[in-house]
Design a binder for this molecule. Structure first.
Ligand SMILES: *[C@@H]1O[C@H](CO)[C@@H](O)[C@H](O)[C@H]1NC(C)=O
Ligand SMILES: *[C@@H]1O[C@H](CO)[C@@H](O)[C@H](O)[C@H]1NC(C)=O
Ligand SMILES: *[C@@H]1O[C@H](CO)[C@@H](O)[C@H](O)[C@H]1NC(C)=O
Ligand SMILES: *[C@@H]1O[C@H](CO)[C@@H](O)[C@H](O)[C@H]1NC(C)=O
Length: 242
């Protein structure tokens, strides 16, 4: 019977259709928020939507939406640019989690050493930031000011299972966690098109990076004592919500 098969198909579609699409091009945002580009990140079921404006004054801006399911519902997600290396050490991070009062916050962390993270300034000016959580997925929205001439930046992302006393706790050290880094090509198409890098700004890379006051002496990393904790098995948390 046609109606029945329709219902079946609809039911299957509901089961299959996750709160979060597995393909960033079909993900949309509320409030008509749109981004020029998006990338399906290779690990941790994470996605980056972004708009780079090299002509913004006084500095180019990068607006992002980073989407990922935290490792557990009371966990955290993080996205960072690393101006000095490709991995976590040096990551200028935005970390989102549920604060003690239940609202989702996003804070900045200069992750410079292994150990618990502590909130601090980061080397990029953060023009705005907010975070939200729904259907088992968290989203970080932010706009950063970048040094001009940033054609490519190192990005790092991460998810963790818990937050203790307002401090995001260590993440797992599975291959997915350790592989959560890549280069974000801000201008032109990456390797596929060798042709037209003409749109790339040709300004001289800013020396020494953005200002960045030294603050909060004890900025520490969001991973901690690698080996000791590495054995905890990650239970794949479904992005499908409950
Ligand atoms: C993503 O989804 C769009 C439309 O839904 C489709 O055209 C595109 O091929 C998909 N890309 C991948 C990599 O699956
Ligand atoms: C929770 O606390 C933060 C400050 O830490 C505040 O900005 C926010 O409005 C509070 N949310 C609720 C629901 O009370
Ligand atoms: C981040 O931490 C590193 C190492 O402690 C320090 O050199 C750098 O100045 C810090 N950056 C900011 C913006 O505080
Ligand atoms: C971003 O998207 C625009 C069009 O919306 C495209 O021209 C540009 O090449 C894309 N950038 C990258 C790095 O893919």
């Amino acid at each position: 019977m046609a109606t029945l098969s329709f219902l079946l198909i609809a039911a299957v579609a509901l089961l299959v259709c996750p709160a979060l699409s597995l393909n960033c091009t079909s993900q949309t945002f509320s409030q008509n928020t749109k981004f020029a580009n998006c990338t399906d990140l290779p690990t941790l079921k994470a996605f980056l939507h972004w708009t780079y404006d090299p002509t913004a004054k006084p500095k180019p801006t990068l607006s992002i939406a980073f989407i990922a399911p935290p490792a557990k519902s009371d966990g955290w997600i993080a996205w960072a640019l690393n101006p000095t290396a490709s991995g976590m050490r040096g990551a200028q991070s935005l970390i989102a989690f549920k604060d003690s009062n239940g609202s989702v916050v996003v804070k900045t962390y200069n992750v410079s050493e292994y150990g618990p993270v502590s909130e601090s300034k980061i080397s990029y000016e953060v023009l705005n930031k907010r975070a939200e959580s729904s259907h088992g997925v968290m989203r970080i929205f932010a706009t950063l000011a970048l040094p001009s001439g940033s054609a490519e930046v190192n990005q790092v992302w991460q998810v963790g299972a818990s937050v203790k006393d307002g401090v995001p706790a260590k993440h797992e050290f599975s291959a997915e966690n350790l592989g959560a880094k890549s280069k974000l090509q801000l201008v032109g198409h990456a390797a596929e098109k060798g042709g037209s890098p003409s749109a790339a700004p040709t300004s001289v890379p800013a020396a020494g990076g953005p200002s960045g006051n030294q603050s909060g002496g004890s900025s520490r990393v969001w991973g901690i004592g690698l080996g000791l904790y590495g054995a905890v098995v990650v239970v794949g948390v479904s992005i499908f919500g409950l």
